[in-house]
Design a protein around this ligand. Sequence first.
Ligand code: ZN
Length: 119
Amino acid sequence: MAEMIGDYIPLPVCIANDADCAVFGETVAGAAKGYEYVVMLTLGTGVGGGIVLDGKIYEGKLLGGTELGHCVIVEDGEQCTCGRRGCLEVCARELVENSAKIKQLFRTCELRSLKKMRE
Ligand SMILES: [Zn+2]
């Protein structure tokens, strides 16, 4: 695929994991510029991440990235799409969902308070 794209773009082309590209960009021109050891978490549809060791991207097994979102942080936690239980990604998702519920609860309380104030 890189060769096909290279036929249209007059620059070197390579294909890499998105989180690896993100951490690479930060080391070249962003917040991690000048650092040789960097860990970056990316938050999107899930939790990803990239690692730079000794100035080089650590690509993990099979060039699939480091998959930091699938590090188990809660033993016997909730089931993750990767097959493990208690992954960082699942815990982050629960946190976001619970935050939304708490936010909604506060809104409901505020509305009740406003209603009482008007009465
Ligand atoms: Zn997982």
